[in-house]
Design a protein around this ligand. Structure first.
Ligand code: XMP
Length: 508
């Protein structure tokens, strides 16, 4: 059973899918114009039509398959989706006098879709077309100050259109509207983490049978959760390989080993390849070169391990690919559209594994929920993103053992204090960057040359854009004092106050 979300190119389509799952109903995104047969394969209980950039009166605008309207299933049309519904049922849509964009206030609203809500409602709008004439028998159920038709309902009370975006955070009560729709549509609410876990375990067992599975773990939340999940599903038929490239943070390897202990030491293979990585990086300052070298070395080491192990007949290679990487969105290219940097995606074809990707249908938050059920320790579950090339791209210039050691100690002070001050979970990512600059300082009566260390902490939703985190001055003060006291090689600490864009989150 599912809620099928037909994507007409809105930037918020994924957000709708996540919200529906947060409301414990399973949701799937399909391109807006897929066939009715394809939609039926998902066993839909309800359908949501997303927004999108097109205008319904453009003859080439994308339209859902006719079964969507004819099937009698409950439908919620959002923005473009609402305009389509109005037009398809015989109403009229016209270009609005002015574009309504941003926060709008619903002054009047009524009916089941707004059950439980009262007072003025703030909702996010972004549209240039408007419904000017309703289909026969339909009712207006909400109006904003600028738009007399902000939401509509069909005569049978099963199909709705909303001109606003209930899925975005700028619509603070939007979740209640979505919740009401799911109630009215009598959608099953069994998408709980426990249920997901049971389903995944059963699926993995059926798929894998008695075969062996190889997994590369990086220490991030996805691959660590996958290790625990697979180990629960297939026990010692799983071998996880953790390549320590020597570019990890302080104590990171030990933390990962301890987090994965429940899967059994004999099923976790830790490969210390730090020397190989460091010698390959020797003399290299260019960031893109560093990335290429780390990627290449990783594949080399993993391939070597896999060959050693393949004598034991590994059929499957497991990867922590997530739903956003595979969504068949209107704008994307479907399942083939997997990020090229995705962990071991670059492995040579002659290794001939079959891919096992149990998280293909999950969002990151759902993986975190599974991680909780599987007992993954909080320090890994809630960990900030960490780039594949590790600290090599946080040391500007050449990567040496000495510089790694300096950065590790400073980074650890920054991270530990963020946790002590309860700030760690409030920022999306925090990092320390060791610059090659040496600046003058004074210690006692002596002049002292020390490295300039940059701290960066950002707030973000997905890392695509970011703002610098407004960390308290007293906190930054304590970090700077502690770092310069305990890491004497560092003479100066600066805080990066650039947003992305124009800067990126990492310095390299
Ligand atoms: P930027 O610096 O591009 O970073 O704003 C956005 C997010 O991506 C991470 N990042 C990487 N992750 N390999 C990765 O696996 C890389 O080469 C890489 N470069 C940046 C970065 O840490 C941030 O979370």
């Amino acid at each position: 059973m599912s809620v099928v979300i037909l994507d007409f190119g809105s930037q918020y389509t994924r957000l709708i899918a996540r919200r529906i799952r947060e409301l414990r109903a399973y949701s799937v995104i399909l391109p807006g114009t897929v066939s009715w047969e394809r939609i039926q394969r998902e066993n839909p209980e309800a359908i949501i039509l997303s927004g999108g950039p097109a205008s319904v009166f453009d003859p080439n605008s994308p339209k859902p398959a006719s079964g969507v309207v004819e099937s009698g299933l409950p439908v919620l049309g959002v923005c473009y989706g609402m305009q389509y519904l109005a037009q398809a049922h015989g109403g009229k849509v016209e270009r609005a006098g002015s574009r309504e964009y941003g926060k709008a206030v619903l002054s009047k609203y009524s009916g089941a879709l707004f059950r439980g809500l009262e007072g003025e409602l703030q909702m996010w709008m972004s549209h240039s077309d408007a419904v000017t004439q309703l289909p026969q028998g339909w009712k207006v159920i909400a109006a904003s100050q600028e738009n007399p038709v902000a939401a509509i309902a069909s005569p049978d009370g099963k199909t709705f259109g909303v001109q606003f975006h209930p899925e975005v955070v700028h619509s603070p009560k939007g979740m209640q509207v979505l919740d009401n729709f799911l109630e009215l549509a009598q959608v099953s609410r069994d998408w709980t983490p426990g249920h997901t876990l049971e389903n995944l375990i059963a699926e993995i067992r059926t798929k894998v049978g008695n075969d062996r599975v190889l997994l590369a773990v990086s220490g991030g939340v996805d691959s660590s959760t996958l290790a625990l999940l697979l180990s629960r599903a297939i026990g010692d038929k799983l071998t996880a390989v953790f390549v320590d490239h020597g570019l990890l943070r302080l104590n990171e390897r030990a933390e990962v080993e301890s987090a994965l202990r429940p899967m059994g030491d004999e099923n976790l293979r830790v490969v210390d390849a730090s020397r190989e990585f460091l010698s390959a990086l020797s003399g290299v300052s260019d960031p893109e070169q560093k990335r290429k070298i780390v990627g290449r070395e990783f594949i080399r080491v993993f391939e070597r391990e896999a060959r050693k192990l393949s004598a034991q007949g590994y059929r499957w290679l497991a990867q922590g690919t997530l739903y956003p990487d595979v969504i068949e969105s209107a704008g994307g290219e479907g399942a083939a559209n997997i990020k090229s940097h995705h962990n071991v995606g670059g492995l040579p074809a002659d290794l001939q594994f079959e891919l096992l990707e149990p998280f293909r249908m999950l969002f990151k938050d759902e993986v975190r929920e599974l991680a909780l059920l599987l007992g993954l320790p909080e320090n890994i579950r809630m960990r900030h993103p960490f780039p594949g090339p590790g600290l090599s791209i946080r040391i500007l210039g050449e990567v040496t053992l000495e510089r790694l050691d300096i950065l590790r100690r400073a980074d650890d002070i920054f991270t530990s204090l963020l946790k002590d001050w309860d700030l760690y979970s409030q920022v999306w990512q925090a990092l320390a960057v060791l610059t090659p600059l040496q600046s003058v300082g004074v210690i006692g009566d002596e002049r002292h040359y020390g490295y300039v260390l940059a701290l960066r902490a950002v707030t973000s939703v997905d890392g695509m854009t970011a703002d610098w985190a407004r960390l308290p001055h007293e906190f930054l003060d304590e970090v700077a004092r502690k770092i310069t006291r305990q890491v004497p090689e560092i003479g100066r600490v600066v805080y990066d106050i650039t947003s992305k864009p124009p800067a990126t989150i990492e310095w390299e």
